[in-house]
Design a protein around this ligand. Sequence first.
Ligand code: ADP
Ligand code: MG
Length: 250
Amino acid sequence: MVKVAIIEIQNLKKSFGKQEVLKQITFDVNKNDVVAVIGPSGSGKSTMLRSLVHLEKIDGGSIRVGGESLVQDGIYSKPQEIKRITSKMGMVFQHFNLFPHLSVKENLELAPRLVKKESSKDIQKRSTELLEKIGLSNRAASYPANLSGGQKQRVAIARALMMNPDILLFDEPTSALDPELTGEVLQVMKDLAKDQMTMIVVTHEMGFAKEVANKVIFMDDGEIVETAHPDKLFVSPQFERTRTFLNRSF
Ligand code: ADP
Ligand code: MG
């Protein structure tokens, strides 16, 4: 099978003041990949993910999405291009970031309506389908405050899918949830993987990474220490730093 790169990241560098948070990060994500990113708190996982969708500005390196350059050798494309390129990616945050004053259905439909490329009927059809997919058809009129954390995160995933992204980025999607609610969110993500959705998932859920990812990236101190298939990385990690992390946490 020919590998089609959805995201190509080369030599990404980012500092906050004097602190180098990302040091020469390089990796590719191919179509249908599920990439799990693991590593200790503060290792740069969120900053890396946020850089991809231009929520952080990088200091050096290149990011290509679907073959198009978001930033090349530290030089960003024009704002219009950046907007178009980042719109190929959907992001799901740890704290859901739903609009509190909008119903579930309105949360889903807001962004597509603002883009104004589609008829209202098409947008409503998709929100209905996606609510069904996440098992929340009966909560379309509810407000976020009246949902459980697990339900909110499922809505956030559906909202990201409304824009038909080529790739979904997840930043610790279950970390803010009570343990008994993580399962329902992980199940939605597993279903997406089964449907061949391309995903990058920053996670502490090693079970999910083992079961669903085809590539695991271990980050530590702003660097990628090791990248491997989960069968390899979790069973026979090549580096002491990886072994220490895996032994410590789980
Ligand atoms: P992770 O997601 O792996 O926990 P982060 O990417 O959030 O790591 O953070 C990496 C490092 O960058 C940490 O030391 C963090 O304190 C620092 N950092 C993150 N965001 C900012 C910011 N906006 N300003 C200053 N330092 C930051
Ligand atoms: Mg983080």
